[in-house]
Design a protein around this ligand. Structure first.
Ligand SMILES: C[S@@+](CC[C@H](N)C(=O)[O-])C[C@H]1O[C@@H](n2cnc3c(N)ncnc32)[C@H](O)[C@@H]1O
Length: 216
């Protein structure tokens, strides 16, 4: 981390290879259906945070006018760039961490974060950056795994294993209270669903899905 809490642009070729295979496999199950549902209403100029290997690309609607996929890991980004982008000629790729988005204030109509707010170095800074680059009234569309707030027993286990999980999973933390962080960043949550993801490992089974608004 630098003084302004911008993480260094670390890249992990092996993780990118493993995640690409894992994500393509998950795409055939409920994760693919959630991605599709999340992205269907997203329109206008869009910034995706930590877009990884580009699993969301094919789900963007033709009603988007520009999609900027930002991603700090160059191996992830390279895989995203090799996706079939026939349906997204207005797609751009930018190597950048969510903590330091290289865009002016109020540039985008919508932001997308899927399975990434678990992994960013500083969630509050990233959410602040997303809010900064969104126009007033712009929307954040999120689909994330989170700390289990219904079961203290599972939450305890998530906290206990968070350090090891994060070392093995390229910084992914199973113990984040992401919906709360979104509200604390000043967004108004307009839709929030909480559910266990079928088939996911217990530590990362509780998920949230929804939309939050940057107030006018
Ligand atoms: C589990 S992958 C998810 C990728 C993609 N969002 C998806 O839905 O498949 C987590 C991603 O977060 C990215 N990431 C890690 N630290 C980040 C940061 N500080 N800012 C933005 N993205 C970050 C990783 O490089 C990786 O691509």
């Amino acid at each position: 981390m630098t003084g302004n809490s911008t993480p260094t642009l670390k890249s992990r070729p092996v993780f990118a290879w493993i995640y690409d295979r894992l994500a393509r496999n998950m795409e055939r199950g409920p994760v693919g259906r959630y991605r599709r549902e999340l992205l269907a209403p997203v329109t206008g100029k869009v910034i995706e945070i930590g877009g990884g290997t580009g699993e969301n690309i094919k789900h963007y609607s033709p009603l988007t006018t520009q999609v900027v996929l930002s991603e700090p890991d160059r191996f992830m980004l390279k895989r995203a760039q090799h996706r079939d982008v026939r349906h997204a000629s207005h797609l751009e790729f930018v190597r950048a961490p969510g903590e330091n988005l290289p865009f002016g204030d109020e540039t985008f109509d919508a932001a997308v974060a899927t399975l990434v707010l678990c992994s960013v170095t500083d969630q509050a800074v990233v959410l602040g950056e997303i809010k900064r680059v969104l126009r007033p009234g712009g929307t954040l569309h999120f689909f994330e795994h989170v700390l289990d707030e219904d079961s203290e027993r599972i939450a305890r286990r998530q906290r206990r294993w968070a350090g090891i999980w994060s070392r093995v999973g390229a910084g992914c933390r199973p113990d984040r209270t992401t919906a709360q962080a979104i509200e604390e960043a000043g967004f108004e949550i307009s839709e929030l669903r909480q559910f266990p993801m079928p088939g996911a490992p217990k530590l990362v089974r509780p998920h949230i899905f929804g939309e939050a608004l940057k107030p006018e």
